[in-house]
Design a protein around this ligand. Structure first.
Ligand code: PMV
Length: 319
């Protein structure tokens, strides 16, 4: 059945909107089609886990996304009715809107009998992300389309190692596993577009300070990548903590995130940070061998938990 990936940003959220690199991991089967049927032209969508039901005649963002989608996929004027199983939380920093955009493109291509390569799916989904977010970097739709561990930079990241596979113009897929990741959900609602706008306001008011923070984040990513390449978990954790400090200086943390990070550190995590736009949503902790302890502490404190398998290729979302 058709599916799409969620994403977990390990380094570089927000900075990526301003041309810095970001590193993110695909969360396979974040969304999966439960039922897909062709229609005479109308587009209808249901995601019960998100209490979302929309059609292409409706006002509002989901209706606009469906109307735009119709123009993005070639082929006969066939539509669809689709029901989707969501294993990702909506609007929590795990790339739910990009995963939805990618899956909708795949569904329409399927009922119209088109075979779209991942790069074509990504390009169409990126246009839909503009409706959801206004100014998406492209990171989320890239990871949602291709999956794996992606190094992304607008205009193309450097490729220091020829074994890193190029994914379209802006991204490379890296052959590293990231064992020991646990995701905590603050359950504090947030909106990506608002957090991106906050950062934009700060950038206009104090460009030197904010550019300096973005440079620091790029430095964290470099250290993190070097640590990943050497299998140095402690180094990777330290780089994640440093990235979190820069995000907090941009005002993107919140008391629930700070509490999640504290609990993770107390349970032996080597590093942790918010992931996604911040201001709520999810955090990611690196806690190899201590995953269960971190998860238990978070659950006991009333937070949500998502856990992953040991290798990038076999990552599985599990609650
Ligand atoms: O919170 P999410 O899953 O929508 O991720 C947003 C990531 C940002 O870097 C803040 C924005 C972007 O377009 O890359």
């Amino acid at each position: 059945m058709l599916s799409s990936c969620g994403k977990l940003i390990l380094f570089g959220e927000h900075a990526v909107v301003y041309g810095r690199p970001a590193l993110a991991l695909g969360l396979p089967e974040g969304l999966r089609v439960r039922r897909l049927t062709a229609t005479g032209g109308a587009l209808r969508l249901r995601v019960p886990a998100w209490q979302l039901a929309a059609d292409d005649g409706q006002p509002g963002k989901p209706g606009r996304v469906l109307r735009r989608l119709r123009q993005l996929v070639p082929g006969p004027e066939v539509g669809f009715a689709v029901e989707i199983d969501a294993r990702l939380p909506a609007a929590a920093g795990l790339g739910s809107s990009a995963a939805l955009a990618v899956l909708l493109v795949r569904c329409l291509a399927r009922v119209r009998g088109q075979s779209l390569a991942a790069a074509g799916v990504r390009a169409a989904a990126h246009r839909l992300e503009h409706i959801f977010h206004g100014r998406p970097s492209g990171l989320d739709d890239t990871v949602a389309s291709f999956g794996g561990l992606c190094l992304f930079r607008r205009g193309g990241p450097q490729r220091p190692d020829p074994s890193w596979r190029r994914l379209g113009r802006d991204a490379l897929q890296l052959p590293f596993a990231v064992p020991g990741l646990v995701i905590g959900d603050s359950r504090v609602p947030r909106a990506t577009a608002e957090r991106v706008a906050d950062v934009q306001r700060q950038h206009r008011a104090e460009p030197a300070r904010v550019e300096g923070l973005f440079d620091r984040m790029a430095g964290c990513l470099r250290l993190g990548l070097a640590a990943l390449a050497m299998g140095d978990a402690a180094g990777l954790g330290a780089a994640m903590n440093a990235n979190q400090a820069a995000l907090a200086e941009l005002g993107l943390s919140c008391p629930a995130i700070e509490r999640l990070l504290q609990l993770a550190a107390r349970c032996g995590a080597l590093g942790a940070k918010l992931t996604g736009a911040g201001g709520g949503g999810c955090v990611v902790a690196l806690a190899p061998g201590r995953e269960a302890a971190v998860a238990a502490a978070w659950r006991e404190a009333g937070f949500g938990v998502w856990r992953f398998g040991p290798s990038a290729a076999r990552q599985e979302v599990a609650e």
